[in-house]
Design a protein around this ligand. Structure first.
Ligand SMILES: NC(=O)c1ccc[n+]([C@@H]2O[C@H](COP(=O)([O-])OP(=O)(O)OC[C@H]3O[C@@H](n4cnc5c(N)ncnc54)[C@H](OP(=O)(O)O)[C@@H]3O)[C@@H](O)[C@H]2O)c1
Length: 327
């Protein structure tokens, strides 16, 4: 059982699939066996382009493929829950893209399906598995920064295509769902606890989803977090962690790669820390293998995913009501 190869199927021909195709092809323990699309022509074309052995002309056909062990759910956000549940009930393990779902009722139904079927389900927060993230957490937990006071961060970029799925509220669009979820998740991971109060502002686009979101989260013990996300500015991505003794700057927190640098500043002197990493999306693939074949718990737990969604929903509620929301 331990040497078994895990067969993966891509649920859709989404753009993000290409991030997973390389590590799946490189991994000795995993194999990309199939892709599914809503049309057979599109599945065939995609399978030819990416040298994937099987092409299914419907999502159902992929779920009925008895040789598939893991479904990678890369559908638009509003379809994560529906197809994750269908995949679990078809006996598949599922790696589901972020944001995990767009309501707590969806998260709970997904969790229930995973519990009832005994299959592995995890959110594809790839940065969580990377060496840089683990190193940052280790530095904070070691006490080198003193007592943590503030975490700041941002994730923005420009969307030019007005038909992008991220622009439509009914598809789970909005920058907080798409990229704001990263600084929220990062702060929660670093603090190792949940915020107790949040406040948010948003600038909405034509469908009512946010194009810019500015949020604040207050944790117990006097830890505060500020972040922004958006689709209307150039690419920006950073996390700054400020403690009573030192601060840590992470210029590339969410998409770290093979060579990374973070900066520790103490007494006005900045030390560069080099971190050698692995290919970004490899970690979630190997974590899935260890969970399915070796029975390890996924690094990103379902409880963790639920909390991230709860915080996003609380921030959206605050932005809509103009009031502070207790989480
Ligand atoms: N972790 C990361 O680094 C990362 C990066 C980017 C995106 N993501 C996540 O990955 C997911 C997909 O994002 P993406 O940018 O790759 O999406 P995309 O390129 O727009 O692809 C979405 C796919 O979903 C399928 N689909 C099914 N119903 C659809 C509908 N009603 N409208 C549009 N497409 C529909 C389509 O595949 P078929 O036509 O083949 O059926 C389409 O190719 C999102 O949840 C996003 O948050 C994660």
């Amino acid at each position: 059982m331990t040497d078994r190869i895990l067969n993966w199927g891509l649920l859709s021909t989404a753009h993000i699939n290409r991030a997973l195709i390389k590590p799946l092809n490189a991994s000795k323990r995993n194999r990309l066996l199939a892709v599914a699309s809503r049309s057979q022509t599109s599945a065939d074309t995609y399978a030819r382009e990416w040298k994937i052995p099987r092409a299914h002309g419907s999502y159902e056909a992929l779920l009925n493929d008895s040789e598939i062990d893991v479904i990678y759910n890369s559908l638009p956000n509003h379809l994560h829950a529906e197809w994750t549940i269908k995949a679990l009930r078809a006996g598949k393990n599922v790696l589901c893209e972020k944001p995990f779902a767009i309501s707590l009722a969806e998260v709970d139904a997904m969790t229930q399906a995973a519990n009832e079927t005994g299959k592995v389900l995890a959110e594809a927060f790839m940065y969580r598995h990377h060496v840089q993230t683990l190193k940052v957490k280790e530095i904070v937990d070691s006490g080198k920064l003193g007592k943590i006071q503030l975490i700041k961060g941002a994730f923005t970029y420009t969307i030019k295509n007005e038909n992008d799925i991220r622009n439509f509220k009914d598809m789970g669009g909005g920058s907080i769902w798409d990229v704001g979820c990263y600084p929220i998740s990062y702060a929660r991971t670093i603090v190792g606890a949940e915020p107790v109060e949040v406040f948010g502002w948003q600038v909405t686009g034509p469908s009512g989803s946010d194009e810019i979101f500015v949020g604040q989260m207050k944790f117990r013990d006097g830890i505060h977090t500020q972040f922004d996300s958006g689709f209307k500015s150039p690419y920006r991505s950073y996390i700054e962690i400020v403690g009573t003794d030192a601060s840590l700057n992470i210029p590339n927190p969410f998409k770290p790669g093979v060579k990374n640098e973070i900066y520790l500043t103490r007494d006005g002197k900045t030390q560069k820390i080099n971190i050698k990493g692995e290919e970004l999306y490899l970690g979630e693939v190997e974590d899935m293998y260890d969970s399915v074949i070796r029975g390890k718990s996924p690094r990103v737990t379902l409880a963790d995913s639920r909390e991230n969604i709860a915080v996003i929903l609380a921030l959206l509620e605050s932005a809509q009501s103009g009031k502070l929301v207790i989480v």
